[in-house]
Design a binder for this molecule. Structure first.
Ligand code: HEM
Length: 146
């Protein structure tokens, strides 16, 4: 059972977080060229990918917590830190990145500062995922295996 939950957790992490990281990183480049119809259309698709996969991404913490419960590691420090970082990253996505993308699509004229701020926030967001993945693999302080 644990193996099934862990497999779903890791598959969801790869298939949901991966596309969001790529699409969110590409978004500012295309949003900047909103005068060009084709770039504007691509920016809209990238935003839709970020939004859609964000919903699917809820499976990552859900199955992560289920796996942690099965393994009895829910109160381990490495997991608590991972849960906190995942919550921060989810908040940045839902409350900062997605609304900023939406604003840029609606008001491409008002954007100079917004695009560079969005690019920076997206970079921070991707670093958060990288840190969580390393924590998941290294599990510092864990006594339950390599
Ligand atoms: C609420 C957040 C999360 C919880 C509770 C959680 C929980 C867990 C647990 C309990 C394991 C099994 C560790 C073991 O075998 O002892 C695991 C493995 C893993 N998690 Fe998460 N996780 C969370 C978020 C994430 C995120 C956001 C990602 C990726 C972006 C991720 C990627 C992975 C990967 C790749 C593994 C496999 C590591 C390995 O077996 O070497 N997890 N997670």
């Amino acid at each position: 059972m644990t193996k099934l939950l862990l497999s779903i957790h890791v598959i969801a992490a790869i298939l949901a977080v991966g596309p969001i990281a790529v699409a969110a990183s590409m978004f500012p480049r295309f949003a900047k060229q909103a005068d060009d119809e084709r770039s504007a259309a691509i920016a809209r698709v990238l935003h839709r990918i970020c939004r859609g996969y964000a919903v699917f991404g809820i499976a990552v913490p859900v199955f992560g917590i289920a796996t942690g419960a099965q393994l009895g590691v829910l109160t381990d420090a490495w997991l608590l830190v991972s849960i906190a970082l995942t919550a921060i990253a989810a908040g940045v996505l839902a409350l900062v990145i997605l609304p900023a993308q939406r604003r840029l699509l609606d008001e491409p004229r008002e954007m100079l500062g917004t695009v560079s701020r969005l690019a920076m926030t997206t970079g921070i967001f991707n670093v958060l995922w990288a840190v969580v993945v390393v924590l998941m693999i290294v599990r510092p302080g864990s006594t339950t295996g390599a």
